[in-house]
Design a protein around this ligand. Sequence first.
Ligand code: ARG
Ligand code: ZN
Length: 858
Amino acid sequence: MSVHVKKRADYQPPAFLISTVNLTVNLHPTATRVVSVLTINRQGDHNKPLVLDGDKLTLKSLLLNKNDFSDFTLSDEGLTINTDEDTFELEIHTEIDPKNNKALEGLYLSGGAYCTQCEAEGFRRITYFMDRPDILAVYTVTVVGDTDLPMLLSNGNPVDKGQIDDGKHFVTWHDPHPKPSYLFALVAGDFDLLSDTYTTMSGKEVALELYVDKGKKAQGHFALASLKRAMKWDEDVFGLEYDLDIYMIVAVDFFNMGAMENKGLNVFNSKFVLAEQASATDDDFFNVESVIAHEYFHNWTGNRVTCRDWFQLSLKEGLTVFRDQQFSADMTSPLSNRIKHVRVMREHQFAEDASAMSHPIRPDEVIEMNNFYTVTVYDKGAEVIRMFHTLLGPEGFRRGMDEYIKRHDGQAVTCDDFVAAMQSATEIDLSHFALWYSQSGTPEISLSHQFNAQTGKHNFTLSQTTPATADQATKQPLYIPVAIEIIDEDGNQYVDEQGLINNGLIILDTPSLSFSVSATTEKLTPVLLGNFSAPVKVDNPLETDGLLTIFTHGKDPFNRWDAMQTLYSRCISALYDDVTAPIEASLWTDLESAIKSEQGNLELLGECLVIPTFETLCQTRKDIDVARLVAARNQFCLLFAQQLSKVLNHIFLHIDTGDYAYNQSAVIARRCKNVILAHLARLPEFEHVVVSQFDNADNMTDSLGALKAAQYTRVFETLMARFETQWCHDALVLDKWFALHATQPKDDILATITMLSEHPQFSLGNPNRVRSLVGSFAFYNSEKFHALDGSGYKFVTDYLLKLDGINPQVAARIVTPLTQWQGFNADHQQLMKAQLARLLNHKGLSKDLFEKVSKSLA
Ligand code: ARG
Ligand code: ZN
């Protein structure tokens, strides 16, 4: 297979610029005609030809300065125009086939509606173009369609519309803001429309329009209200105001990712728009609000200031994820948000860094750009932005952001430009810190502690090391802000004699550093990485009593939660060594009093009662025997339920969730209740509680909470069948049902999944369905995916071979667990690699899969 590796170091400024794009798109299911008129200017003194990208296009005709033009060459990758002109107009006629576009990139049909997805390199599937983000042009777009497509949408403001002969009509749109091609969008169809308005801080009225499938209007109100909250928040916190007369959001069912920030015309996966009490969980509401905000925030961080090249993706994504996280924290609660995001880091980003796909937040080499919309670029990228925020403080960060926008509005820039803007707002030298952009891998920090009884001195040494990753053999020490508290058994706080700890923060920018604390007590407990102040692993040597001291006296609620997670993980390790090993009785009494002490704080309590997932446990272990780890975790959960059922049930019965509402206190109450229910469900005597919650639920959070808990009971299948009857008309709800089936650790799970893939609501062409059924199995049914007869690996591989021919982008996502074999023992590794080899040997493998599979076998 011939593949082209693109390197960050090879960036060249464009040889031509395109200043205006005039598109006419005449829609037809299998033969859409696109006419593109471009104004082009040669850059500098050279005689290179003009190279345009194109993919799966049929060229119909070509005119240069309005004359027929034939001095060009055509290839699978595009069109090369041989001309001496410096300034010229090019008119390109192409034909495309949206109906047979199953990869969902470029223009495609989702249900009956046309829509586009151009990021990262989809515009080249619509017309020949310099499809790179540093070509900023002003677009005028005329959409022509049959009258059964009453809504014809594109970016910017509508400027003209009318009927044309043969039953067709058109709408012309003009977007005054120069933009890269990846932000182009077109939508055409028949939708229900929710309208509203928003008045910006400078008094401008903006029309807000939300387009959803017919009959789903009631499910759109929350998204629209979320949009208004996001618009207000960005004005309040960053002084950033919306810049067009209209903001449109369209919800579609067929979508590869979450959503897309096209200028003035966002296209969303319907699962991140539609939400109402009966069919959406609290998590769904949360996700809708946060994705709506994320795409809205891109209008400044992404659209007005965009990326020079795709290696800079984290420039817009890391920053925008950080912004949406801050927004969600303000709308809901900082603690549960922080825990949610740290879970993502530990479960998924650490796993990526430990695999052959490890890359810095600003990657150096790419084969298929779609493979780099990763937890590293997005979530670790956001952690790096968060560290700027920690170091500069909120005011300093705001000054840096103001400067960033002031310098670069209307430009396509790099991560270095962002760092430079931040640098202008602080005295701290950020040059060492910037290494976070180029070094991959998860740093590990540890703290050694010696007490000298004679001098009454505690000596601490804080160290860092970053293990080599697949992409980088040698690592340098990073600049790491480590939040730290030092407390004694009564919770008294201590400071260091050297004064390295400032406002609870110590900067670790060398391999190690030492400090001392004088105290009469021998028992000092260091509390590291408050609020997860850096995306690192902590090697925590504390014993149970130290962890409980943190839980009882730690100031930082994140650390208190984290201490419990470490404690559970320790217990699971002991059971991993010997599943019959007894757990000290004192642990249960300690836990019981810890739980009782937090009864008034259901938020922290609910999170503290969650046992680390299998995936999280994997990140701190090597040479894993999956069956043993699963058994150890199950055993711990069972003991937990048995030993603590009295106190848990007591709390369960006293949590008042009241009448349904989506607000913070109700969400927290439901969350805690459902976490407890999942524990109790492991004991047969609580089966009826599960059934009764299912019977009486008036909202999806409680219905689904009951179903999840039922996974440990005999009533699972019965409840699932009832749920199906109730919800078979609603595909988004059925996705939850598919996922619950797929994560059942039962022996005939593969037969079940095969059967479900024949379900009338299932479709191999719909990414949401595929992710919920096959993705959930591969990512979260650890026991059966990793079965030692290799059946789980083979099943997923067989499926990927089918899927790759249809939608390679989604196939390349789902292959992830198979490529992350590094932590497992040799038996697992061998079986996983055998399936990866099958993929690699497959003729016609997509470059999406090729990149990930070949790397993981290298
Ligand atoms: N920019 C979008 C977002 O983060 C993601 C689009 C990625 N699409 C893709 N096909 N890789 O909001
Ligand atoms: Zn984004």
